[in-house]
Design a protein. Structure first.
Length: 564
C-alpha cells in the first residue's frame, strides 16, 4: 500500500469508528422515563403563563404549593409552583407604584422525593428591593409561614423574574418550578412603537429531566451542574408558535439551573436585541447568535414579515462550553408563519431606545478616586467560593462579613475573575444594574451594551464592570447563578452605607405563621388554579389590559400532597 492509501484507510477507519464512539460517548437522553412519553419537538403549542395585574399597587397574595402539572403529554409531574403552577403567574407592575406580595409557604414539610425541608425565600431578581424584602437566602419562610414582600418598582421598565432563594435549596426549589416573570412598565416604554400586547411574549427557557414515574429528576453531579434533556419554554416542551407576518418581541429568560444557551434562528436571520437585564438598551443591536447565561434576560425583536405563510423557523441552541448536550437540547422552539390578519400598530424598532440610561452613561474617567473591587471565583475542597469565602462563612459571621462597603450612590469598578478552564459562572449582583466594560480586556458582545445584573464570566475570563450603588442601603448578595454552585456555596455579600434597624435582611421583616398575617397582612387563601386542558394555538399573552385576558396555563390538575 502506498502512503496515500494508508492515509485513506486510516481516515475511513477513523470515520467508521467515530459513529459508534459518538453514540457511546454521548448519552442520548438524561431522563429515565420511556422515550415514547417525551413529545417530539415542535408538536405542542406555545403557552404563556397567566397574568396577575399589579399595576394598580396594593397587595397580591401568592401561595407556594405542590401540584401535579402535565408537562409531558399524559404524564403527571409534581411541581412546586407559585399558586401551584410553573412558571408561576406573570406579575405586571408599574414604575412608581409599589406592590406588596404576601407569599405563603404551603409546600409539603419535606420534599417528597429528595427529603429536604422545603423552606423558601422569594427574590425579585432585577428589583432594588430593601434587604429584608430581597429574598436574602437565610431569611427563610418555613412551611406554614408567610411573609409579605414590598417591592418599590422605582427603577426603569424591565423584565424581572421572581424565584426562590432559600438557603442551600435554591436550586431544587427553582428546578421544581418556583420561578416566574414580573414585568414592570413605564412611560418611556409606553411611548416607544415597539411590539406590545399579544406581540410581546415571555420566553422562559429551562431544561428538565424526568424519572420513570414522571417526577422531575435531580442530579447536579456533585454540585457541578444539572443538565436536563427536555427543553421547556414557558413550561411546554419545544413548543410551536404561530406568528403573523409582523414583528414580535420576546422576553427571553434563561431559567435553567446550569445550562448556558447560545440561541440562533435556523435560517440564521438576525435578531434585534432591544433590552437587557435592567431594561431598554440605549440603542438596539442586531445579532445572529445570542448567548444567554442562567438568569440573564434579553428582549429580542424578530420580524416575520418577509416570510411566506407556512414557513417554519426554529430557534436553535448551539450550546456553550461546559454545558452538557443531549439529542434535543439543540432545539428550543419553532415559529410557524401564518397568513392571519394582524394589528400593524407598534411594529417598529426605533434607532434610539433609552439613550439617557444612567448606568450606561457611567464613565470611570469622570469618577475621581474610583475604587476597584476584585472578586475571584473558584472551587476548592469541592466547595465553590468567592474570594475564598462561602455563604457559611457569612452565616458564621452573624451575616456581617462583606466583600465591599460602597457608600450610597458611590460608583465602583468590579472585576470578576474565573481562572478555571472548566467552568463558567454567570455572576449576579443584587440591587444594582451595571455596565459591562470588558471581558479579558476586550469589548463585550454588542447585545450586552445595555444595563445588566448578571455577567457571564466564561472560562479563564475576567469581566470588568462599572456600577452605582443607588436606591437602598444595607446588605445584598452576590453569587453565581449556576444554582448548584450558589447553594454550595458560591455566594457572598456587600453592604451599601450602614446597617439600620430598617434594613436588616434577617430581622427587619421575618416571616410569621400563616393566618397570623406575616408582615401585618391577612393571607387570603388562593383559589384553585386548575384549568381544563385547552391548548391554544394563538397566544394572547402579556395583555396590557386586565388579567382576565391572559391565556390560562392548561392542564394543571388536582393537588396531590405527598407528605411524609
Ligand atoms: Cu436570580 Cu440572587 O438571584
Ligand atoms: Cu437578583
Ligand atoms: Cu458558577
Amino acid at each position: 500500500m502506498s502512503r496515500r492509501d494508508v492515509l485513506k484507510v486510516s481516515a475511513l477507519g477513523a470515520a467508521a469508528l467515530a459513529l459508534p464512539f459518538e453514540r457511546v460517548a454521548r448519552a442520548k437522553t438524561a431522563s429515565k422515563i420511556a422515550e415514547s412519553k417525551i413529545p417530539r419537538p415542535y408538536t405542542l403549542p406555545f403557552k404563556v403563563p397567566p397574568v396577575i395585574d399589579g399595576r394598580g399597587g396594593g397587595t397580591i397574595t401568592i401561595a407556594q404549593k405542590m401540584q401535579n402539572a402535565v408537562i409531558l403529554p399524559g404524564v403527571q409531574t409534581p411541581i412546586f409552583g407559585y399558586n401551584g403552577i410553573t412558571p408561576g403567574p406573570t406579575i405586571l407592575a408599574r414604575r412608581g407604584t409599589p406592590l406588596n406580595i404576601a407569599v405563603s409557604n404551603e409546600l409539603p414539610a419535606k420534599h417528597p422525593n429528595w427529603g429536604y425541608e422545603a423552606w423558601t425565600s422569594v427574590h425579585l431578581h432585577g428589583s432594588a428591593s430593601k434587604p429584608q424584602f430581597d429574598g436574602y437566602a437565610s431569611d427563610i419562610t418555613r412551611v406554614g409561614q408567610t411573609k409579605t414582600y414590598q417591592f418599590p418598582n422605582n427603577q426603569e421598565s424591565r423584565t424581572l423574574w421572581y424565584h426562590d432563594h432559600g438557603v442551600h435549596h435554591t436550586a431544587e426549589n427553582a428546578y421544581m418550578g418556583l420561578a416566574a416573570m414580573y414585568l414592570m412598565s413605564d412611560e418611556l416604554e409606553d411611548r416607544l412603537p415597539i411590539p406590545k400586547g399579544s406581540h410581546d411574549l415571555p420566553m422562559v427557557i429551562a431544561d428538565k429531566m424526568f424519572a420513570a414515574n414522571g417526577s422531575l429528576m435531580y442530579d447536579d453531579e456533585g454540585h457541578s451542574g444539572l443538565y436536563g434533556d427536555v427543553m421547556l419554554v414557558n413550561g411546554q416542551p419545544w413548543p410551536n408558535l404561530k406568528v403573523a407576518k409582523r414583528k414580535y418581541r420576546f422576553r427571553i429568560l434563561n431559567a435553567s439551573l446550569s445550562r448556558g444557551l447560545r440561541l440562533q434562528l435556523s435560517n440564521s436571520a438576525p435578531m434585534t436585541v432591544i433590552a437587557t437585564d435592567g431594561g431598554l438598551m440605549p440603542k438596539p443591536q442586531t445579532t445572529v447568535q445570542l448567548r444567554v447565561g442562567m438568569a440573564e434576560r434579553y428582549e429580542v425583536v424578530i420580524d416575520f414579515a418577509q416570510y411566506a405563510p407556512g414557513t417554519k423557523i426554529q430557534l436553535r441552541n448551539l450550546g456553550v462550553p461546559n454545558s452538557r448536550d443531549f439529542d434535543n437540547t439543540d432545539k428550543v422552539m419553532q415559529f410557524e408563519v401564518t397568513a392571519d390578519a394582524f394589528d400593524a400598530a407598534n411594529n417598529d424598532v426605533p434607532a434610539e431606545l433609552n439613550p439617557q440610561n444612567e448606568i450606561m452613561l457611567l464613565d470611570e474617567t469622570k469618577v475621581p478616586g474610583i475604587k476597584t473591587v476584585k472578586l475571584d471565583l473558584h472551587r476548592s475542597n469541592s466547595t465553590w467560593k468567592v474570594n475564598n469565602t462561602t455563604w457559611d462563612d457569612i452565616v458564621k459571621s452573624n451575616y456581617q462579613t462583606v466583600v465591599a462597603n460602597p457608600q450610597p450612590d458611590e460608583v465602583q469598578i468590579w472585576e470578576i475573575t474565573n481562572k478555571s478552564g472548566g467552568w463558567f459562572h454567570p455572576t449576579h449582583i443584587h440591587l444594582v444594574d451595571f455596565k459591562i466594560l470588558s471581558r479579558n480586556g476586550k469589548a463585550p458582545f454588542n447585545y450586552e451594551l445595555g444595563p445588566k445584573d448578571v455577567a457571564y464570566v466564561g472560562e479563564n475570563e475576567t469581566v470588568r464592570l462599572i456600577t452605582k450603588f443607588a436606591h437602598q442601603t444595607g446588605r445584598y448578595m452576590i453569587h453565581c447563578h449556576n444554582l448548584p454552585h450558589e447553594d454550595h456555596d458560591m455566594m457572598t455579600q456587600f453592604r451599601v452605607g450602614t446597617d439600620t434597624v430598617d434594613n436588616d435582611p434577617m430581622t427587619s421583616a421575618p416571616a410569621g405563621p400563616i393566618g397570623a398575617g406575616g408582615g401585618g397582612v391577612t393571607v387570603i387563601p388562593v383559589v384553585n388554579t386548575s384549568t381544563p386542558a385547552t391548548p391554544t394555538a394563538t397566544p394572547t399573552a402579556v395583555p396590557t389590559t386586565a388579567a382576565t385576558t391572559a391565556t390560562p396555563r392548561p392542564a394543571t390538575t388536582t393537588t396531590t400532597r405527598r407528605r411524609r
